[in-house]
Design a protein around this ligand. Sequence first.
Ligand code: HEC
Length: 171
Amino acid sequence: MIKFLLGLVVGIGLVLLAGYLFATRGGIFMGINGGPLPLEQSIAEKAISASIGESSHDQSPLPADETNLLAGARVYQKNCAGCHGGLDQPESALAKRFYPHPPSLLLPGKGVTDDPVGATHWVVKNGVRFSAMPSYEGKLNDAEIWQVSLFLHNVDKLPSSVQEVLRQRSD
Ligand code: HEC
């Protein structure tokens, strides 16, 4: 029994050592080209969902009315469109130069309209490790983070006044 356990520990140690040596001797290309590693996407997605956890049930203290959607669209144009795309350029040129690519959030069927608004609020507040997604805590106040999250949740059914904000240039 002792021998079996010892073998198991040594075996696991060797696998970890092999992984460490593989990664640190150039086995993992750290430039943006080259595509995902085996299991990279599924592990990253599960780790993000687990980190969001119960926060996905958080409800916005603000209603998704025209005032808040307008404010959310302005926050988006100023802070997010450069990476996540604007109406004029839904797939931002900068996005292609990051890995992972920032997803287009305005294109129908591609954004986060299906995600709970609490999950979007968590991502915007905390950012995403190992990606270009910044944390906006301290940069935007909590009301602004909820407004941009409500805006993204409703991006497929925006009133025309809000669509107008998206047509204006951000600068
Ligand atoms: C510098 C580029 C950059 C900026 C600026 C940026 N993001 Fe991101 N964002 C990313 C990247 C990259 C990801 C993908 C992270 C990943 O793959 O997990 C991302 C992911 C997201 C997601 C999750 C999308 C999904 O499919 O689950 C949301 C929501 C989001 N960003 C919202 C925003 C908002 C709102 C702003 C502005 C307040 C913003 N981002 C600004 C790069 C950026």
